[in-house]
Ligand binder design. Structure first.
Ligand SMILES: Cc1cc2nc3c(=O)[nH]c(=O)nc-3n(C[C@H](O)[C@H](O)[C@H](O)COP(=O)(O)OP(=O)(O)OC[C@H]3O[C@@H](n4cnc5c(N)ncnc54)[C@H](O)[C@@H]3O)c2cc1C
Length: 266
């Protein structure tokens, strides 16, 4: 492992997963550096002054493995590598930013992305929730494997994400509104998937992190038609306005996207 100690932050660059876990420890005071597409900007603008940095680029944490019906994706797998993944994950990956950012950005960084001040981040989170994905992480209290929505709800700081895994769905669909821009930000997106006889739905761009649309799922389970079920989407979402769209616009658009996804999943 290369360790550089200067007056600047202490930087560790482990060359194995085991060394990365050991270096992370309980996570106190450690800034994990993955693709750096968020962190580099914060560092350059002086918004971040880390004491200890853990760089993961040599830690052997990337790649997709499929065993039977189960796919496991290492935390350092780039968003570009996921463009052809199972739907709706593939569509979410293709919608992130531009080819340069997708080549650098990782799934671990996307899961742990702090909410952006001017635009949503974490576009992969919704499709991972829809797929019923489980996140494996380490940190204070040891290793934990939990559903993505629980991981996001409990706060991602103090955890080192190792990988994400899910069973192949029988169907997947997504719909999004994107703002034409050189970096093509996603304003709002909805993902849905059927697996193990269950239909899960989630939305990005309507809260600080992706949310599962349980109100819609309950309405569908109770026999509601797609349009009626979709009107329940705001039970789980609290859209805010930002540089891309107003809260009102998101409130109006969310049920429309949910309806489209439900029709596509039929
Ligand atoms: C121009 C531009 C456009 C963008 N457009 C989009 C977009 O359309 N959609 C979108 O979702 N995002 C977008 N982003 C944000 C960003 O590129 C993605 O969210 C990306 O997936 C972040 O991954 P990263 O590896 O670069 O994260 P990093 O910048 O390395 O880290 C981001 C955060 O995650 C933490 N982290 C990273 N890996 C781990 C891990 N394994 N365990 C624990 N914590 C970890 C870091 O400590 C940090 O807090 C954009 C960024 C830029 C600069």
């Amino acid at each position: 492992m290369d360790t550089v100690a200067t007056d600047a932050p202490r930087v560790a660059r482990p060359s194995s997963l085991e060394a990365a876990i050991s270096e992370f420890g309980d996570g106190a005071g450690v800034t994990v550096f993955a693709g750096g597409s968020i962190l580099m900007v914060d560092l350059v603008y002086g918004r971040l002054a880390p004491e200890r940095v853990l760089m993961l680029d040599r830690a052997n944490m990337s790649g997709l493995r499929t065993q039977g019906e189960r796919t496991t994706i290492g935390a350092m797998t780039t968003v570009a590598e996921l463009e052809t993944a199972t739907e709706p994950l593939g569509a979410s990956a293709r919608g992130v930013a531009d080819p340069e950012i997708r080549a650098q950005a990782t799934i671990g960084g996307n899961l742990c992305a702090p909410p952006g001040p001017q635009n949503p981040r974490g576009d992969l989170q919704g499709s991972l929730i829809a797929l019923g994905a489980q996140v494996r992480s380490v940190g204070d209290g040891g290793e934990r494997t939990e559903p993505v929505e629980e991981f996001l709800a409990s706060g991602t700081s103090g955890r080192l994400v190792l990988d994400v895994s899910f069973e192949a769905p029988s169907a997947g669909a997504s719909a999004s509104v994107r703002r034409p821009h050189a970096h093509s930000y996603t304003v709002l997106s909805v993902s849905g998937a059927r697996s193990g006889g269950e239909l899960r739905l989630a939305a990005c761009g309507v809260a600080p992190h992706a949310v599962r649309l349980r109100g819609v799922e309950r309405a569908l389970a109770g026999g509601a038609e797609p349009e009626a079920a979709a009107s329940r989407a705001l039970e789980d979402a609290t859209p805010a306005g930002d540089a891309l769209a107003s809260a009102w616009y998101r409130e109006q658009t969310l049920p429309v996207l949910v309806t489209r996804v439900l029709h596509d999943l039929r």
